[in-house]
Design a protein around this ligand. Structure first.
Ligand code: PLP
Length: 395
């Protein structure tokens, strides 16, 4: 019996090494990785620049403390500021901590202005923001809140897509709107450009902060550095994680203007957040991602993946009901139970993918995936659907 908490329905499969979009188990069996550790391994496995950077960083200082200046952290923050809407960055170890920091920054902004009662946040059904107490309250999913006492107060939820419903929730206690531009866990649902622009306009009209959770859809996965770029809007605060460390645990909360400035000494902190080793890896990721053509490659591969999925929908309309997502955060809504289908893909076809809400199969390849690997994934999915056909015929 495992000595671990039983919080995961784990597979017995364990991996020993990886290379690009491939993982190899202890027996040397090769897997096609369209999972990326749930959207984390943005540059795939054992990327030469990542390996080299980790080896170099390992010989230097791993950890000091945020009470000292950390040059790698300063550099990473400056690069994020130079390439986004933000004026300042707080580094965390995970996505949920980045969301916590975003919530605190939004609330503290108004508190610092003397509007101490203004702390309510409008969030959306189907969202996922992580597993800390603040993040489960923000997510509002009853099954994640159950059993953990009184949820953190101050969140109101409505369905995404309906601007009038959002506006109806705004009152003088509202401080922010929090949204994932592409819902990942909830079912790979991309918000429309109109809706994102509408939220920005509502925030401007009512003096609210727009807070984006780009933990999953950000960092190149959508085909742009950040998904908000598609709507040609800018948030005030944004939570980032997953791809930012390319597999090294790292997250960040980005903020601009007065909201960033309100986070003065004593308001927030983290022992590990943004330590030298983590930021060396964050910088290594950006060395690759900020090269010209990187995001264009992701956008192109995202279009290829969508095309292949549409072909699959035409070929297997009985199994594929819908094709969704943005860039390389792709999903197909399927009829076979997604948990069983993920296991079938893994065990019988040696391909890794992840389930999401609404019985969606989530495809999250490393961003360096090639057209040939996308075609291979599509063929593998077709083989899995054909196998179900054969089993149904002989049953
Ligand atoms: N926000 C979003 C959109 C996520 O998809 C996730 C994780 O899947 C989180 C927050 C939480 O991130 P972490 O698991 O690193 O705490």
């Amino acid at each position: 019996m495992s000595a671990l908490y039983g919080t995961y329905a784990r597979s017995d499969l364990a991996f020993e090494r990886g290379e690009g979009v491939r993982l190899f188990d202890q027996h040397g069996t090769r897997y096609l990785d369209f999972h990326s550790g749930i959207a984390v391994n943005a540059l795939g496995h054992a990327h030469p620049h990542m390996v080299e950077s980790l080896q170099a960083a390992a010989c230097k200082v791993w950890h000091t403390s945020n009470v000292f200046t950390i040059p790698e952290q300063e550099k990473l923050a400056q690069r994020l500021v130079d390439n986004t809407f933000a004026d300042a960055v707080f580094f965390t170890n995970s996505g949920t901590e980045a969301v916590e920091c975003a919530i605190k920054t939004a609330r503290h902004h108004y508190w610092a202005k003397g509007e101490t009662e203004r702390s309510d946040i409008i969030a959306f059904t189907g969202a996922f923001h992580g597993r800390t107490m603040g993040a489960i309250a923000a997510g509002g999913n009853p099954s994640y809140l159950e059993g953990f006492g009184t949820p953190l107060a101050g969140f109101k939820h409505t369905a995404p897509g309906d601007l009038a419903a959002v506006e109806a929730l705004i009152d003088d206690k509202t401080c922010a709107i929090l949204i994932e531009p592409v819902q990942g866990e909830g079912g790979v649902t991309a918000m429309s450009v109109e809706f994102m622009r509408g939220l920005r306009a509502l925030c401007d009209t009512h003096g609210l902060l727009l807070v984006l959770d780009e933990v999953q859809c950000g960092y190149g996965r959508s085909g742009r550095f950040f998904a908000y770029d598609y709507a040609e809007i800018e948030p005030d605060i944004m939570a980032v994680a997953k791809g930012i460390g390319g597999g090294f645990p790292l997250g960040a909360c980005l903020a601009k203007g007065e909201a960033a400035k309100s986070m003065v000494p004593g308001t927030h902190g983290s022992t590990y957040g943004g330590n030298p080793l983590a930021c060396a890896m964050g910088n290594a990721v950006l060395d690759v991602m900020l090269e010209p053509g990187f995001f264009a490659h992701v956008e192109e591969m995202g279009n290829k993946l969508a095309w292949h999925m549409q072909q699959l929908q035409q070929r297997f309309p009985q199994y594929v009901l819908d094709v969704r997502g943005k860039g390389l955060l792709a999903g197909i809504k399927i009829t076979p139970p997604v948990r069983d289908f993920v296991a079938r893909l893994r065990d019988d076809h040696h391909m890794l993918a992840q389930g999401a809400g609404e019985n969606v199969l989530r495809l999250l390849p490393p961003l360096i995936v090639t057209e040939a690997e996308i075609a291979e994934a599509a063929e593998t999915l077709a083989a899995a659907f054909e196998a179900i056909d054969r089993e149904t015929a002989t049953a």
